[in-house]
Design a protein around this ligand. Structure first.
Ligand code: FES
Length: 513
């Protein structure tokens, strides 16, 4: 997706994203991958290594979409919990969830070793610790369910090994991992190119044709191939099917430096909903300190415009526990929560020879790596025991998933009701200050109006170009966010920051509202 005015993540600060020559003209390939994040580059890696002629396209830089906003925890401790997965997907499903996520960590380690990628990869322990809403019996149930799913060596410990703060009881998962995402992607990209793959950035795909010989296209380019793989976080080629099965949430991250050794190299998460997630990362060129990276405070995309308060709460939560002098970085990302708690990886249900990966929940790094293994197997005709669990066309019959499906889709219906002319947020454009946006009502229509720093008022139709929900202003990231399926647009409307929309908001003639 296109870049925005957002803050840079710790990865982007230390490792500028990589751009490659834009593709022009019409080319052919065995496989074309759309999206150069962790999922797309992982798919490209496995296929290029297997001798396939692969083309990767992205409208942004490599890792310039949601992957670059990660905190890069590599974990098989499922964030929707094994005790829940067992109920929804059965014991076999929970076992495959464990095998695939643990297998993803192992695969990343192998790729790092085989390609000598310097990305700060290391094995670390992970810990679930209790939020005020749970007691230790929750950890005991999770330990037992995770062990039934195949996790080894789990134990409940009296506290996480941190001196400055007593976490209380925690469930320790050995053999998890962490890395620097953009350094890893740089290594993957080099390996893909060495195997003959072609990587292009600055190519915005707005057409996907399925069939015996599928094809993707955009302004001045096209690629036809035997298979198309859509790794765009939210599928941009699909209007409805997949978007009824998942819901977009924004999550928030703060980072500050602490003395090296003040917090050990571990991952830890509390059991709140939304939960806090914490890790450290070496500071390049400064062995005396490390980044402490703390995330949480999630909300449904487009449902709130209070990011400043959410960052402040994250900083306060962190200061209560750790010796952070100042917070230098803050950023936000989007996660897609699948209604039955497992992501969607595999054949597109309605598009022949199109494959997709979406619904990462909070585990995008392992999920994207699983996509690399699973989709490459499907394309190469190799059996993969994970296919059924992640099948995008699956129907999961459980009360939990049916309830979540209903809640999320009723919520979309409520947001569609905002189409009715109930009034704008401000009476006229004169009330919008430089750098701010607001919805205006003009007759029966809603207008997304943004005043830039020079004082010019930019006006667009406020109806999302995906399925027509009314977008909401995000004052922290200066974007228009759609509350229905997570599309996001630049402040002036014409650029798409997140799918599923593929075209910007419709520009209206300049006119003071
Ligand atoms: Fe679907 Fe906006 S993202 S209507």
């Amino acid at each position: 997706m296109q870049s925005s005015e957002r803050s840079l993540s710790v990865w982007e600060q230390t490792n500028p994203q990589r751009e490659f020559p834009r593709l022009t003209g019409d080319v052919t390939a065995d496989v074309v991958v759309v999206g150069a994040g962790i999922a797309g580059m992982s798919v490209a890696y496995h296929l290029a290594k297997a001798g396939q002629n692969v083309v990767v396209l992205d409208d942004n830089a490599v890792g310039g979409g949601e992957s670059g906003q990660t905190t890069a925890h590599l974990t098989s401790a499922m964030d929707d919990y094994y005790q829940v997965l067992e109920k929804v997907h059965g014991k076999d499903g929970a076992r495959i969830a464990h095998d695939s996520h643990q297998g993803a960590i192992d695969t990343i380690e192998r790729i790092v070793r085989e390609n000598a990628i310097e990305c700060d990869f290391e094995r670390v322990d992970g810990y679930w610790f209790l939020g005020p809403d749970r007691d230790v019996s929750f950890l005991e149930k999770e330990r037992d369910a995770a062990t039934r799913a195949g996790a080894q060596g789990l134990e409940i410990v009296p506290r996480i090994p941190i001196d400055s703060w007593d976490s209380g009881p925690a469930l320790r998962y050995p053999n998890q991992g962490q890395f620097h995402l953009l350094k890893y992607l740089e290594g993957l990209t080099t390996a893909v190119q060495a195997a003959g793959g072609r990587v292009h950035t600055g190519n915005h795909v707005n057409g996907v044709e399925s069939g015996a010989r599928p094809k993707v296209s955009g302004d001045g380019f096209s690629v036809s191939a035997a298979a198309v793989v859509m790794c765009t976080n939210s599928p941009v080629h699909d209007r409805v099917t997949m978007h009824t099965k998942q819901a977009p949430y924004r999550t928030f991250v703060v980072a500050g430096r602490i003395p090296a050794g003040a917090v050990p190299r571990i991952l830890f998460w509390d059991t709140l909903d939304p939960y806090h997630y914490v890790r450290t990362q070496p500071v390049d060129g400064d062995p005396s300190s490390v980044w402490l990276i703390v995330g949480g405070e999630d909300h449904k995309t487009g449902h709130h415009d209070d990011a400043a308060e959410r960052y402040a709460r994250l900083e306060a939560w962190t200061r209560e526990r750790f010796p952070v002098r100042s917070f230098e970085l803050r950023w936000s990302g989007q996660v897609l929560e699948p209604v039955d708690y497992m992501g969607f990886i595999g054949r597109d249900p309605t598009h022949e020879n199109v494959f997709l990966a979406t619904g990462d929940s909070g585990q995008g790094m392992t999920h994207g790596t699983i996509a690399g293994m699973l989709i490459s197997d499907l394309i190469l005709g190799r059996p993969n025991p994970w296919e059924k669990l992640y099948d995008p066309s699956r129907k999961t019959l459980s009360l939990d998933s049916a309830k979540m499906f209903l809640e999320e889709n009723l919520d979309v219906a409520a947001k569609l009701a905002e189409l009715l002319p109930l009034g704008g947020e401000v009476a006229s454009g004169a009330e919008i200050r430089p750098g701010e946006g607001a919805i205006l009502q003009r007759g029966a229509k809603k207008i997304a109006a943004y005043r830039d720093d020079s004082g010019a008022l930019h006006q667009c139709s406020a109806y999302c170009t995906h399925l027509g929900c009314v977008v909401h202003w995000n004052s922290e990231e200066k974007s228009w966010d759609c509350p229905c399926h997570g599309s996001r647009f630049s402040p002036t409307g014409e650029l798409v920051l997140n799918g599923p929309a593929v075209t910007g908001l419709t520009r209206l003639d300049a006119e003071e509202g």
